[in-house]
Design a protein around this ligand. Structure first.
Ligand code: SAM
Length: 514
C-alpha cells in the first residue's frame, strides 16, 4: 500500500529522469513507465529496515547484537536484530509499517527534513517544529505532520496546506517555550509514541558500538577493501560515516585522511572518529579538487594537503551528487540545471583522485543518486579519459548491474553496482517474516551507485589543468542538514548544502583538524 504521495519534482527534472529508464531495460515484465513510477513511489517511503554498522574493531558482532537486543528489550521494543549473511559488521532491524494510527485533533507540523528523519525512527527535535496548537502543553498527545512543500510559516497556530501524517507523539515542551528567542533550541520536543513507520530511535544509544548507516554505504567500505597499515584517502568525507568504516576495517592501523570542503562539517568527522575510538583518521578542510600538488618534487607531508601524485593506496570518492536516491523524500525542489551541475564537479574530483592514486591502487566512486549522468556516464568518461584505469569486480556485489544508455558493454555494466529499490517495489510492502525480510534487505535500500577501478602499473597520466570555472561546485551546498532543521540524526550521509564565499571556495588546505 502506498501511503504517501509519490516523490514530487519539477516537470523538467521528472522528464529528464524518466529518460534514464530505457524501455524494458533488463526487465522482462515491467516497462519503463512502470519502473519509473515505482521509483517515485518507493523514494517517498522509508526503506524496509534500519541498518546499523557495528564497531567490530572494538567488539565481536554477536556481543554488540546481544547488547542491542538487551537495550531494545529494556525499551519494551521488539528485539528483532538480524545479522547480514554477506556483511560481517551489519545488524538489521525491520521497520514496521505503515501501521494504522488514529488521527488526533491536535496537529503539530514539522519541516520536511525533520519529517523524513521521523519516518526513519527519530523523535521530533525542537528546531524541526513549524506549527503547534495555540495552547500546546507538556504531556499533550498530538498528531505530527510533515510540511512536504515547505509552505508552513514558523510559529503558525494551524496549517491548511499539503501535509503528510507521520504518526502521534507526546509533547515535551509547552508552545510558549517554542518560537521565542530565549526558548530551547535543541532537545526532543515531541516524543513519537505511535509512528506510522516504527523503527527504534538510536539517539545516544550504544554510541561507540553502532553507527546508523544505509546498507549500500556499508557496502562501499567493503568494496574499497582497506587493509591495516595502508594510506587511504576519503576525498569527500563529512560527516565521516564511510571514513570511520574504512578505519574500522583497517583495525585502526594505518592512515585514513578525510577531506571535506565545508569547514563547519569537519567537527562532525572528528566527533564520529572520537566516538568510535578511531585515532588513525586525520581530517582536513580542503577543496579536494586541489588536493594534489602541482610540484612533482613535493614530498608527502603528514600535515595535510596538497599531497604528491601517487601517494595513496586506496581512494574513496563518495561524490557530492544530486541526492535523488535518498529515502524517504517526498519533495525534490531542485531545478534541472541544479541536478545537472554535478557532472563537471565530479569529473574534476575524479581527475584529482586518479592523480593521487598509486599504481596498482584502488579507486572507488560512489553516489546516492539515480541519474545516468552522475553514474554510468562518469564511468564511461573515466575509462575513456584515463586508459590506466580498469573496472574491477566488487565484493560484495549485492545490488543490480549498471544501467544501459552510457555506452558501456554488458561486461562493464556487470562490474558496476546499482542499488535500485524500484525493482523490488510493487506498490506493497513485503511480508515481515524474517526470511522474506532478509531477502529484501539488499533491494529495499536507498538508490545508490558504486564503481571500483584499479590503476594499472606503468600508468602515465597527463593532466592539462583544471578550469577555473568551479561554478559546478555550487549546488551541493544549499540545504541545511536534517539535524540543523530539527530532527534527530537518523539518516546518514545526506548531501550537505551550505554555500561558501568565493574565498572559502578557493581554500585549498586550511584547517588541520586532528
Ligand atoms: N562520505 C560521507 C559519509 O559517508 O559520511 C558523505 C559525503 S557527502 C555524499 C559529500 C560531501 O562532499 C559533503 O560533505 C560535501 O561537503 C563534500 N564536498 C563537496 N564538494 C567538495 C569538494 N570540492 N571537496 C571536498 N569535499 C566536497
Amino acid at each position: 500500500m502506498s501511503v504517501f504521495p509519490q516523490l514530487s519534482m519539477k516537470s523538467e527534472v521528472r522528464e529528464h529522469l524518466c529518460n534514464v529508464y530505457p524501455r524494458k531495460e533488463g526487465l522482462s515484465e515491467l516497462d519503463k513507465d512502470e519502473v519509473f513510477e515505482a521509483l517515485l513511489s518507493c523514494l517517498s517511503h522509508p526503506p524496509l529496515f534500519t541498518c546499523l554498522r557495528a564497531s567490530t574493531h572494538l567488539h565481536p558482532l554477536q556481543e554488540i547484537q546481544h547488547r542491542l537486543e538487551q537495550h531494545l528489550e529494556q525499551q519494551k521494543q521488539a528485539p528483532a536484530v538480524y545479522t547480514h549473511p554477506q556483511l560481517p559488521d551489519v545488524l538489521l532491524l525491520p521497520v514496521h509499517g505503515p501501521r494504522h494510527v488514529d488521527l488526533l485533533a491536535s496537529e503539530v507540523i514539522v519541516g520536511a527534513q525533520c519529517g523524513n528523519a521521523v519516518l526513519r525512527g527519530a523523535h521530533v527535535f525542537t528546531p524541526g517544529i513549524l506549527s503547534t496548537p495555540k495552547y500546546m502543553k507538556v504531556g499533550d498527545i498530538v498528531s505530527v505532520f510533515s510540511d512536504v512543500e515547505g509552505k508552513c510559516t514558523r510559529g503558525a497556530k494551524e496549517f491548511k496546506g499539503k501535509k503528510v501524517f507521520l504518526g502521534n507523539g507526546i509533547s515535551e515542551v509547552d508552545r510558549s517555550e517554542l518560537f521565542c528567542s530565549d526558548g530551547p533550541t535543541k532537545g526532543v520536543a515531541i516524543r513519537m509514541t505511535e509512528p506510522l513507520y516504527q523503527s527504534p530511535s538510536f539517539d545516544g544509544v550504544l554510541t561507540d558500538e553502532v553507527f546508523l548507516q544505509n546498507l549500500p554505504s556499508v557496502v562501499v567500505g567493503h568494496v574499497l577493501g582497506p587493509r591495516p597499515g595502508e594510506r587511504i584517502l576519503d576525498m569527500c568525507a563529512a560527516p565521516g560515516g564511510k571514513t570511520t568504516h574504512i578505519a574500522s576495517l583497517m583495525g585502526n592501523q594505518g592512515t585514513v585522511v578525510a577531506l571535506d570542503k565545508i569547514r563547519s562539517k569537519m567537527e562532525k568527522i572528528i566527533q564520529n572518529a572520537k566516538m568510535l575510538k578511531l585515532d588513525c583518521i586525520k581530517a582536513y578542510c580542503c577543496n579536494s579538487i586541489h588536493a594534489v600538488s602541482a610540484d612533482p618534487a613535493q614530498e608527502y607531508s603528514a600535515d595535510g594537503p596538497p599531497y604528491p601524485e601517487e601517494s595513496y593506496d586506496r581512494i574513496l570518492l563518495d561524490a557530492p551528487c544530486s541526492g535523488l536516491g535518498q529515502r524517504p523524500n517526498m519533495t525534490y525542489s531542485w531545478s534541472l540545471k541544479e541536478v545537472c551541475s554535478y557532472q563537471p564537479l565530479q569529473r574534476k574530483l575524479l581527475t584529482t583522485a586518479v592523480r593521487l592514486l598509486k599504481q596498482g591502487g584502488v579507486l572507488v566512486y560512489s553516489t546516492c543518486t539515480v541519474t545516468l549522468a552522475e553514474n554510468e556516464e562518469q564511468v564511461a568518461w573515466v575509462l575513456k579519459t584515463f586508459p590506466c584505469l580498469t573496472l574491477e569486480p566488487q565484493v560484495p556485489h549485492l545490488g543490480s548491474e549498471g544501467m544501459q544508455g552510457a555506452g558501456l558493454s554488458c561486461d562493464q555494466r556487470r562490474l558496476l553496482q546499482r542499488f535500485r529499490p524500484e525493482l523490488a517495489w510493487r506498490g506493497a510492502r513485503f511480508s515481515q517474516s524474517p526470511e522474506s525480510f532478509l531477502q529484501n534487505a539488499n533491494t529495499d535500500t536507498i538508490g545508490f551507485f558504486i564503481a571500483k577501478f584499479i590503476k594499472n602499473e606503468g600508468a602515465v597520466i597527463k593532466v592539462t589543468g583544471h578550469s577555473k570555472d568551479d561554478s559546478s561546485e555550487s549546488k551541493e551546498n544549499q540545504a541545511a542538514d536534517a539535524t540543523a532543521r530539527g530532527a534527530a540524526k537518523q539518516t546518514e550521509g545526506t548531501v550537505s548544502l551550505m554555500s561558501l564565499s568565493p574565498q572559502e571556495e578557493e581554500i585549498q588546505c586550511c584547517v588541520i583538524c586532528s
